[in-house]
Design a protein around this ligand. Structure first.
Ligand code: KIV
Ligand code: ZN
Length: 530
């Protein structure tokens, strides 16, 4: 740590009236990189529209050079969103930055986010570069990015294990080259709240030009400290939090968007009145939308968005809440968009009500996708008296399909019971050509999966199979999640239906389509994360 550089900004900044903390959402990039959380283009667009409705300031839509699929996703999101800043990630290499710029060409508000590791551990073992060489890379990449766009963010990967003096030089180099945002990631989830705050304070005080840039934080949750670290950094002067919906992300995940936003809202006085631009009533719909798209539910006790987050079980608590909610509730479910008296839809509900409800849930379906979902809704409403939001989410998520899905499930017929074997006949089209086969299995699921495996010629393995009832009641839809793996990659597929065997078949086909999509996107290689 160098002590001879003059102090430049006060250690604990007093927020100006109306000052905001920017929310940089990386669900579509860092979040999507985590196992089982991959999304196809149509799903990414659906989520990006909801994130804009949520009011996040920046959406990191992908890592354009990583694959054609990532490039197309960033391009599609950039072409559609008009209010939110759309960001593409790039290493400092010339080709990376150029590819990010191409993907962002149609963006109303483009940002290029370029990064390089700065810790000696990464320099020695991964990059095999000297510190001076890293500084040259930072300078060159940021200048190149500024040649394409005004809004350039620079990240010092593994900042929390980097030498602080070197970080000062890195930040000054990035600022001199034109970066407007400096991000200090806790890439391996190693830091603690007080240490991270000290780092942010140190940089704000020592870095020449610090007063003209936004300091940003990006944490991983390996020690369960991502939210605490991010908020502690805000108190030390950081003004951008990089986070994901439901905290999804590499390994233990990223900072959870909903926890940071609500902590700043509920404890405004602690944060000197600082707020975000997030419309908190869109938090729950965003969380549900993401879960239904990726088929990964949040744990029931997850803060803010978990099933039990507002459920009072203890008698004393229930009694208190009935007398006055403030006794045990620090925020209302309504404030995050959790309706308590949710209106159900039924067989008399028309297109208009159905469309409105889907929109509230974040699914702005149009054309063929809308028609497919509406038909499924009507079929379901004929079988089931009340159709709940959870049912609608499952229907809508199913309808958001990728136009280039290789496999499409047709009819399924199963004969099973107390006989030693079950028998399944499945009709499925492969690249548009219908195929049919019958298979035997030790049980009905085994028989259906064998038939699908034969029709699709898959080499994948079934890793996990899980069934849940979407809502209560005998007429509830069953929701099935399957994890399949091939060549080191795992994907999760999901499907819902009143018949759990049909739901199982849908989930399996969904997973196989995802695997195919990955093969096209990355070839048969291992995932190319960062
Ligand atoms: O965790 C990390 O360091 C990152 C950077 C690329 C921002 O995701
Ligand atoms: Zn990260």
């Amino acid at each position: 740590m160098s002590l001879d550089t003059p102090e430049r900004t006060p250690a604990t900044p007093r927020p100006k009236p109306g000052e905001r903390v920017l929310i940089f959402d990386t669900t579509l990039r860092d979040g999507e990189q985590s196992p089982g959380c991959s999304m196809n283009l149509a799903e990414k667009l659906t989520l990006a529209r909801q994130l804009e409705k949520l009011g996040v300031d920046v959406i990191e839509a992908g890592f354009p050079i990583a694959s054609e699929g990532d490039f197309e996703s960033v391009r599609a999101v950039a072409g559609e969103l008009r209010e939110t800043i759309v960001c593409g990630l790039a290493r400092t290499g010339r080709a990376d930055v150029e590819r990010a710029a191409q993907a962002l060409e149609r963006a109303a508000r483009p940002r290029i986010h370029t990064f390089i590791a700065t810790s000696d551990i990464h320099l020695e073992h991964k990059l095999r570069m000297s510190r001076d060489r890293v500084l040259e890379e930072v300078d060159r990449a940021v200048r190149q990015a500024r040649g394409y766009v005004d809004d350039v963010e620079f990240s010092a990967e593994d900042a929390t294990r980097s030498d602080w003096d070197f970080l000062v030089r890195v930040c000054e180099t990035a600022i001199a080259a034109g970066a407007r945002t400096l991000n200090l990631p806790d890439t391996v989830g190693y830091t603690t709240p007080s240490e991270y705050a000290d780092l942010i304070r140190h940089l704000r005080q020592r870095v020449r030009g610090a007063e003209g840039v936004v300091f940003s934080v990006h944490c991983h949750d390996d020690l369960g400290l991502a939210v605490a670290n991010s908020l502690s950094a805000v108190l030390a002067g950081a003004r951008q939090i990089e986070c994901t919906v439901n905290g999804i992300g590499e390994r233990a995940g990223n900072t959870s968007m909903e926890e940071c936003v609500m902590a700043m809202k509920v404890r405004k006085e602690v944060f000197g009145g600082l707020d975000t631009n997030v419309r908190t009533t869109e938090i729950y719909p965003s969380s549900r939308l993401l879960s239904s798209i990726i088929g990964v539910a949040v744990q029931p006790n997850k803060a803010i968005v978990g099933d039990n987050a507002f459920a009072h079980e203890a008698g004393i608590h229930q009694d208190g809440v009935l007398k006055a909610a403030i006794t045990y509730e620090i925020m209302t479910p309504q404030s995050i968009g959790r309706a308590t008296n949710e209106l159900v839809l039924g067989k008399h509900s028309g297109r208009h009500a159905f469309r409105d409800r889907l929109q509230e849930l974040g699914f702005g379906l149009e054309g063929e996708e809308f028609e497919r979902a509406f038909k499924r809704f009507k079929d379901l409403a004929d079988k089931k008296k009340a159709v709940y939001n959870e049912d609608l989410e499952a229907i809508a998520a199913d309808a958001v399909i990728q136009s280039d899905d290789r496999f499409e499930l047709g009819d399924v017929m199963i004969v099973s019971g107390s006989f030693p074997t079950a028998n399944a006949t499945v009709v499925l089209s492969v690249d548009g050509a219908p195929r049919k086969t019958t298979a035997l299995g030790v049980g009905p699921v085994d028989a259906v999966f064998k038939a699908i495996a034969a029709l699709t010629d898959t080499k994948s393995e079934l890793v996990r199979y899980q069934v849940n009832a979407i809502t209560g009641g005998m007429d509830a839809q069953g929701e099935v999640s399957v994890t399949v793996g091939e060549g080191g990659r795992k994907v999760i597929g999901h499907g819902a239906h009143t018949d759990i065997l049909v739901a199982s078949a849908k989930a399996y086909v969904h997973a196989l389509n995802k695997l195919e999509w990955h093969k096209r996107r990355h070839g048969a290689d291992e995932p190319k994360g960062i």
